[in-house]
Design a protein around this ligand. Structure first.
Ligand SMILES: Cc1cc2nc3c(=O)[nH]c(=O)nc-3n(C[C@H](O)[C@H](O)[C@H](O)COP(=O)(O)OP(=O)(O)OC[C@H]3O[C@@H](n4cnc5c(N)ncnc54)[C@H](O)[C@@H]3O)c2cc1C
Length: 417
């Protein structure tokens, strides 16, 4: 890598007052033809382009992004990473991603700040605990690390949590995935962009795809705000805008686009060193490296593309967190934002081919796709390069909505992040 980051390069650039750093990725003008076009410069699109170039040797690739890199959900999410899903298909897909996360900073030569601080899912009723036990057992059978915690063990790990019997939703236990955690979300987009660009991928920002060129049942390229760009393979990775792109090809995807919000507090001293989630009170919380409490919950129930949400959802989320952590009731909130998530009927992604030859979709990650970023890119690159699914995404094809072979992950961890 020409621009390798290292202690030595830091010292070398320090000697020249840091004037010599190169931009992390090139910003070329779009060419007329590519082998593959990826629509969407979020983490999943950039990861796909990176693995196309690195694993499959396909370097004539363009990533077209209508705004700026990571301006979609990639840099709007709350960065929870875990792989403790219930069903074999999803557990294996997310575990594949988690294994890639574990070496990603080294692979990309970019610190994505992956921190394996553990993820805890609380149980507040006997039924919650039965579901948790079932999921922990299923995880262990799939080689995914999973533990059952008692209220005492929860309190030892998270001293500020209210586990007492007086709580409206008493805490009876939790599942815990020690290898889960968080990462720096925009670093993931930047890291993949930089590594892909080094391999020859053209990353083109402010280039909205406004139409798909389709001739005789196969894709021939895209129409953009910057003119026509041709390619025999087009991969769409546009999260909340996936259904809009599909419509350009005359396809109807089983997706709903909803706002999903999150917010952060003022910075506090370190007080929470794991991720805590609860389906019953419906909220989750972690503490960022800057000290902010990072808080989120569920989607706003209406459909929309506005990248913002409604105040009553924030109020509900804050109430849920205070139920778990009464001492946070006096913490001031700093910022709030929303993204548009693409929710599928079984809360699982759609990754694969379409009836239009050369046109592929990777979408439907809903509220929980950040954790899959490297794995999603890896299997989608395989699907595009070979025109057939990777074994790990074969079950996630669009056809499952016709055959009925759904993979229902709605209940896996209740707050589906
Ligand atoms: C508030 C919030 C919290 C979340 N928390 C978590 C979490 O804790 N853990 C987790 O795993 N997941 C979480 N998610 C979900 C996660 O963020 C997404 O599933 C994931 O980031 C999707 O990545 P992506 O690259 O597919 O999408 P995006 O990052 O949205 O990228 C899609 C890109 O496509 C571009 N685009 C769209 N249409 C066009 C077009 N016509 N032409 C060109 N470009 C186009 C968009 O501008 C966008 O940049 C959360 C999401 C939100 C909103």
């Amino acid at each position: 890598m020409a621009n390798r980051y290292s202690l030595w390069s830091l010292i070398r650039h320090g000697l020249s007052h840091h004037q010599g750093w190169q931009p992390a990725w090139r910003s070329p003008q779009p060419e007329k033809n590519y082998e593959v076009i990826i629509v969407g410069g979020g983490g999943h699109g950039l990861a796909t382009a990176y693995y196309l170039a690195r694993v499959h040797g396909i370097r004539k690739v363009a990533v077209l992004e209508k705004g700026y890199l990571g301006g979609g959900n990639t840099a709007r999410n709350t960065t929870i990473i875990r792989s403790n899903y219930l069903w074999d298909e999803s557990a294996l897909l997310y575990e594949h991603a988690l294994k890639l996360w574990e070496g990603l900073s080294q692979e990309l030569n970019f610190n994505v700040m992956f921190s394996q601080r553990g993820v805890m899912n609380l149980g507040h009723s006997l039924q919650d605990m039965r579901d948790i036990e079932r999921r922990v057992n299923a995880n262990l059978l799939n080689g995914v690390d999973a533990e059952l915690l008692s209220p005492r063990e929860i309190k030892e790990r998270v001293p500020l949590i209210a586990t007492g019997g007086h709580a409206r939703y008493p805490i009876l236990g939790a599942s815990y995935q020690p290898r889960g955690g968080v990462a720096r979300h925009d670093a993931v987009a930047w890291g993949f962009a930089r590594a892909a660009s080094e391999l020859g991928v053209d990353i083109i920002e402010e280039c909205e795809v406004t139409g798909l060129l389709i001739e005789d049942g196969r894709v021939r390229g895209v129409q953009t705000g910057r003119g026509e760009i041709r390619a025999d393979k087009v991969g769409c990775v546009a999260a909340g805008n996936s259904a809009v792109l599909a419509r350009m090809a005359g396809l109807r995807l089983p997706l709903e686009s909803h706002p999903l919000q999150a917010f952060v507090s003022e910075s506090l001293k370190p007080c929470l060193d794991t991720v805590v989630m609860s389906g019953a009170v419906h909220g989750y919380i972690s503490q960022s490296d800057k000290g902010e409490l990072v808080i989120g919950a569920g989607i706003d129930s209406y459909l929309g593309y506005g990248q913002r949400g409604s105040p009553h959802v924030i109020e509900h989320t804050a109430a849920a967190i205070i139920e778990l952590f009464p001492s946070f009731s006096r913490v001031r909130m700093n910022r709030q934002w929303g993204g548009i998530v693409d929710v599928s009927p079984d809360a699982c992604p759609i990754i694969g081919k379409t009836r239009i030859k050369g046109l592929y979709f990777n979408c439907g990650w809903g509220t929980g796709g950040f954790k899959a970023t490297p794995g999603s890119g890896h299997v989608f690159a395989h699907t595009i390069a070979n025109d057939q699914p990777h074994p790990l995404n074969a079950a996630f094809a669009l056809e499952r909505f016709a055959s009925g072979r759904l993979i229902d992950e709605h209940g896996a961890a209740a707050v589906a992040h």
